[in-house]
Design a protein around this ligand. Sequence first.
Ligand SMILES: [Zn+2]
Length: 240
Amino acid sequence: MREATDWEPSDDEIAWTKTNLEPLQIGGTWAPQGLEYERTGEAALRLVSIVNHDGTREAHTRVCKVLEMMDWTVDDDDVERVVNQPTPDEVAANQQSELERIQSIVSSWVCPDDECEEPLVNAQLDRCEWVNYGQHTFHNPETGEDGEADRWLAHITCEGCGTIIPMQPLDYGYIAGEDLFYTWVTNNYRYRVLTREDTVALIDAGGQGIPLGSIIDGVEVPPHMQGTYCLRAPILDEEE
Ligand SMILES: [Zn+2]
């Protein structure tokens, strides 16, 4: 599996590898691009899977070279999986089945109220309110370091009983879909994120959108909307 290489790691590359491996428990997995290793001892790693690609084999060879310099051993004699790179058709099929899998999961989510149990897919998903719950500490598994960030939740209203249900942003994205996720309603306006193509078409047609920073009209902009270019439309009374 290992090939000869003239490549010599820089100090940064050695430091990067150490940063990744030192916090790893024995039995833990390290998976840089296209590769998967298991830590099998104090200074021992085993190659579990590798993508069948010249670049990935070269990356593995480089990992081995760095580890050699760190006095670690790498066992790559019997790799469990050699993964072939998927064709575009396979990628599309995988995305479709992933989408269907997510849809079947979210369709089983119900209102947390025991008496109600209305499916959440029936909620008014276009009337989501984004709420900042303030700073919290989070653990970054990649760097092993703790960081601080605002925690935002998406509030939706149960169609059955009117309960406000706070959802994790990713979960809301799954249930509402990408278009609604990138549509934000605040202060009687609806902001819809424009794609690059939509922006070009709008500007060429003499129209104008609005770029979002972190605050607009005194309201904090949720993180996924910050730095986007949007079409802003007033919400008309008859929609209320
Ligand atoms: Zn309910």
